[in-house]
Each structure stands twice: as structure tokens, then as C-alpha cells.
Design a binder for this molecule. Structure first.
Ligand code: ATP
Length: 288
């Protein structure tokens, strides 16, 4: 919760934030981030799939994420999921289109990461590369607080202990280096770090793919529990449609840079409309 950033409302909106909604439809909270017709074209030296020298990684994508909801993005390798994630966390400038943050356009300049920094955080696939190998767990967690000038040293110490408790790690983990703990524990530290600034939204890009199968469910459950407990918004990105369904309220299916289908996760699983969604579902192993 970044209390410094007011939630923008447009003057013509009624108090419940439901502009022009037909009666009877459920209301939804104002989005923290809203993408409108976003495109990202990467330039490559070797040529890409669509046009020599360019890859249209994100193609005309509309997307919203609000506090309290989990939106899953699923699609095969190379369909543009990570590029979209990088747009959401301010690391990738869209080639075209508009991104609104609490209703205000983002300009993707030098201050964008700092603007988003307290409100939108990210958990990457590989905690080994997300964490600094030379910093203790304590320092990894204090760092974002210090950079943003939050609290006294004593208050930061308390906050770090709270963060460890939130992600289910003992205080004895404070003084170890990332290589001295397991992959699952490292990902817990990365999640604690992502929570340090009390974000509105966490973007989790394949957060369990690099983990041992035996700890994947634990980390997934941790993420969903935290999201419920803290009322966060979560964008959960994976190539695995079953995992995405497990954690998501809404799902967006991506294919070749486009979102080809969106809907409530259960509905999309049981009644897919797009052929590509059906293809993804047909690849899910049945336990029966
Ligand atoms: N920095 C870049 N420069 C050039 N091309 C890029 C760059 N980043 C991604 N691409 C290309 O853009 C397309 C989308 O890549 P992206 O990593 O977003 O997909 P993805 O769905 O996340 O894939 P994966 O699941 O394998 O990570 C791919 O064709 C990729 O090769």
C-alpha cells in the first residue's frame, strides 16, 4: 500500500468507480495499472519471427490489474509474457500504446521505475539471479527500505523480521548468503524483498519454474496466501495453464504477442472459446 499515491478517479465516474456500467454487472476496483493498445517491437540483429530485424513481442494488448485480484497470463515460450511483465514493472518502454498507473499516463523515463517502485514489484523466475550473491538475507531485505528512505535502522530491522515471518522463514536465515539456503528458501527471500515496500501489485514471472517440483506447491500457496492476507494484486505469469488456473481469478491467454482470450479462470478452463486455449488445455495431463 503506497499511501503517498492517491487513487485517481475521473470526474464523471460515480463514487463506486463504475463508469457507464449496465446495471447488474459486478463492480471492480480501480486498476493500479491499465494497458491500452500496448505494442512492443524488439529490434534484433538476426531477424525475428514476423519481419526481418524486428520481433513484435507484444501486439495491441489491453490489460488491467487491481488490488485484491490475481490475473494469470499463460502462453507458450516466446509469446511475449516476459516482455509484457517488463512493461508492467516499468523496465520495458512500449513502442506504442498507453500505460496508466493509478489513472495517470506513465512516460517510461528515468523516473518510471522509481515511481512504480513502491507500488509495483516483481518476482522473477530464478531467485539465484534476482538476489545479490554477496549480500546476506538481512541486507537484501533492508536495501529497498534504505533506498526509499523508509524507517530508522531499528524500524527497518523490525520490518525485516516481519517480512521473514510473512514468508515462513526463521530469523536464523537473516545472516546467511543466498547460496547457503535452498532454491525454495531463496525464492521466499525474493518474495519477502518484493513485499518490503508494501506494494499494491506483485508481478510474478514464472516464479516456480526454476524450483524443485517438491517445493513449487509451497511457493504457490505462499503467494496466494500473501495476496489474500495483504490484499495485493498479483499478475501471475506461466507457460503452465494448470498452475495459472490454480492461482488466478482471471486469466489471459497469450499467443504470438496477442491476448487471444480472457475470462474468469474456471470458465476459461471449462469453456474455452479460442482454438489456442483449447490446444493448451489438451496438453494438460489428466489424472483420471
Ligand atoms: N531484448 C530483446 N531483444 C530482441 N528480442 C527479444 C528481446 N526480448 C524478447 N525478445 C523476443 O521477443 C519474443 C517474446 O519474448 P518473451 O521473452 O517476452 O516471451 P516469453 O513468452 O516470456 O518466453 P519465455 O517463456 O521463453 O520466457 C521472443 O521472440 C523473443 O525472442
Amino acid at each position: 500500500m503506497s499511501e503517498a499515491i492517491p487513487v485517481a478517479t475521473t470526474p464523471e465516474l460515480p463514487a463506486d468507480g463504475t463508469p457507464g456500467r449496465p446495471e447488474g454487472l459486478p463492480t471492480s476496483p480501480a486498476p493500479v495499472l491499465e494497458l491500452r493498445h500496448v505494442h512492443v517491437v524488439h529490434r534484433t540483429r538476426t531477424g525475428g519471427l514476423f519481419k526481418p530485424g524486428t520481433v513484435h513481442a507484444v501486439n495491441d494488448v489491453d490489460f488491467t490489474i487491481a488490488r485484491g485480484e490475481t490475473v494469470g497470463i499463460v502462453g507458450e515460450s516466446g509469446c511475449g509474457k516476459s516482455t509484457l511483465a517488463r512493461v508492467l514493472v516499468g523496465l520495458q518502454h512500449p513502442t506504442d500504446g498507453e500505460v496508466l498507473f493509478h489513472g495517470q499516463p506513465l512516460h517510461y523515463d528515468a523516473s518510471t521505475r522509481r515511481t512504480l517502485g513502491r507500488s509495483v514489484s516483481v518476482v522473477f523466475q530464478d531467485p539465484a539471479t534476482a538476489l545479490n550473491p554477496r549480500m546476506t538475507v538481512r541486507d537484501q531485505l533492508v536495501d529497498p527500505l534504505r533506498v526509499h528512505g523508509i524507517g530508522t535502522p531499528e524500524e527497518r530491522g523490525d520490518r525485516v523480521r516481519d517480512l521473514l515471518r510473512l514468508v515462513g522463514l526463521p530469523e536464523s536465515a537473516l545472516d546467511v548468503l543466498p547460496r547457503q539456503i535452498s532454491g525454495g528458501q531463496r525464492q521466499r527471500v525474493a518474495i519477502a524483498r518484493a513485499l518490503a515496500l508494501e506494494p499494491d501489485v506483485i508481478v510474478a514471472d514464472e516464479p516456480t519454474s526454476a524450483l524443485d517440483v517438491s517445493v513449487r506447491a509451497q511457493v504457490l500457496n505462499l503467494l496466494t496466501d500473501l495476496k489474500d492476507e495483504l490484499g495485493l494484486g498479483m499478475v501471475f505469469i506461466s507457460h503452465d495453464i494448470s498452475t495459472v488456473r490454480y492461482v488466478s481469478d482471471r486469466m489471459a491467454v497469450m499467443y504470438a504477442g496477442r491476448i487471444v482470450e480472457t475470462g474468469p479462470a474456471d470458465q476459461l478452463f471449462t469453456d474455452p472459446h479460442h482454438e489456442y486455449t483449447r490446444t493448451l488445455l489438451s496438453a494438460v495431463p489428466s489424472l483420471l
